[in-house]
Design a protein around this ligand. Structure first.
Ligand code: UFG
Length: 328
């Protein structure tokens, strides 16, 4: 039997590269489209690679004319909240306008199954915790706004063209593939866990705690960390659902459990055995105090079962990767 072919846009990035590996391991054929602005070709585990952007309609039309694509997964977004506030048009242009070009090309070529990497940032400041999918969406930054705009586009494309999609709203992605061969590599790292591990490998002097007087038990922000391989397993279930005629849907992906910044640092000290000096610093603008997901919906509907719910285990997988990165 011929394998289904999946186009992974942004497949050379952190989450995309884990997705490519898991799709290949599950037996799908994979084409990665990535402009390498944030991705790394060496993180690709196989499949075909095309260098290019998701807004390049000539390239997309050619790609969809020459390959039979069963579904598209889209990881090629800019995702830094702070940067999106400073450079909103960069976010609207890439995350929204270029995605519209991708969807348009898909529809022209009758490719109508799409899995979208959305974000907890679509909710804005939470009015209740844990956050369910029916929580109001009032994003507080252009990043979240660009993602909710795409979700709206997807809904409208479903109504107009019978386009089927699953939008996955990630909370805080972390960790690395258990093989230790791929992991999180950002040119300009801003995320807590990789930064903490860079301190543990002496690539940084200390970790700054952004805000120590939030209304939380230890005064630091609480986030819901989810292992990257649990994100990809959710994508595989979403893909299976769409390929078997399932309907469009939106799901949260988190672990229903929050950890404060201080707890993250403490667990990293335990895992690495390193002192990891931490200093209190100013709040980072736009950070909500607490973000915790309810992921009951995807568990109930698609049978998703996270494998790495415990943050210590998540940090252990990241540590394996970061030690390798530090030795390069
Ligand atoms: N933090 C620090 N020091 C640092 C870096 C981060 O204290 O050096 C804190 C942040 O203030 C925040 C927490 O650690 O409270 C987590 O910060 P990250 O930057 O790791 O992650 P965010 O919660 O800001 O953002 C992530 C994704 C976004 C997504 C968001 C949704 O990067 O794309 O989760 O929850 F929108």
């Amino acid at each position: 039997m011929k394998n289904e072919k999946v186009l992974v846009v942004g497949g050379a990035g952190y989450i995309g590269s884990h997705m490519v590996k898991d799709l290949l391991d599950t037996g799908y054929d994979v084409i990665t489209l990535d402009d390498l602005s944030a991705g790394h070709r060496e993180l690709l585990s196989g499949g075909e690679f095309i260098e290019g952007g998701l807004g390049d309609t000539v390239l997309l039309d050619n790609l969809f004319s020459t390959h039979t694509i069963s579904a598209v997964m889209h990881f090629a977004a800019f995702s830094l909240v702070g940067e999106s506030v400073e450079k909103p048009l960069k976010y609207y242009r890439n995350n929204m306008a270029a995605t519209a070009e991708l969807l348009d090309s898909m529809i022209r070529h009758n490719v109508k199954r799409f899995i979208f990497s959305s974000t907890a940032a679509v909710y804005g400041e939470p009015v209740e915790i844990p956050i369910t999918e029916s929580h109001p969406c009032n994003p507080t930054n252009p990043y979240g706004a660009s993602k909710i705009a795409v979700e709206r586009m997807l809904k409208d494309c479903d109504s107009a063209y019978g386009f089927k999609y699953i939008s996955l709203r990630y909370f805080n992605a972390a960790g690395a593939d258990k093989s230790g061969k791929i992991g999180e590599r950002h040119r300009n790292e801003t995320h807590l866990i990789p930064l903490v591990l860079e301190v543990a490998t002496d690539r940084r002097e200390n970790i700054k705690i952004f805000g120590a007087n939030y209304p939380t038990p230890d005064g630091t922000c609480i986030r819901d960390y989810i292992h990257v391989s649990d994100l990809t397993s959710a994508h595989l279930l979403a893909l299976k659902s769409l390929l078997s005629g399932g309907d469009s849907a939106v799901y949260n992906l988190g672990n229903n459990r929050g950890y404060s910044v201080r707890e993250v640092i403490e667990l990293a000290r335990k895992v690495t055995g390193k002192p990891i000096p931490a200093i209190e610093a100013d709040k980072r603008p736009g950070d909500p105090a607490i973000l915790i997901a309810s992921s009951d919906q995807i568990k109930k509907t698609l049978g998703w079962k996270p494998e790495y719910e415990d943050l210590e285990t998540i940090i252990k997988t990241a540590w394996k990767w970061h030690q390798k990165e530090a030795s390069i």
